[in-house]
Design a protein. Sequence first.
Length: 136
Amino acid sequence: MPINIDWNQAEDSNFEPLEPGTYNATITKCALSEKPGPSGYHMIDFEFQLADSNRRAWKSYSLHPKAMWGLKEALTKLGVEVPAGEMDFDNEALIGTKVELTLSLEDHWQGKQGPDGKVLKVNNVVDLKPADAFAW
């Protein structure tokens, strides 16, 4: 029996990258990666819902000892007290936090090409800070 599909109901998915700039967003995910990354270390994966749109942005921070400075810097900016030694990080406490993201526009990190043979452009979260400095 044929399956009836009504394409008039389909939502438009725009995966075109956003213009570089600053965006208001909310942290919707902050979790340990399911698998280690290429370096053999897990990552802390963040997902952000951009305000006033259905768009999202993502940022992963490696737990590799030589790369942990990025996570430490991000957590400090978000008001998390980062001690000199070990800590039990309450990642779920950050979910719902309103932030200001700075996005860049860069070549795809793996050099992935589009149908035209050109390297795809992707957004990269290059900075984040608490969004309490403005109302939205």
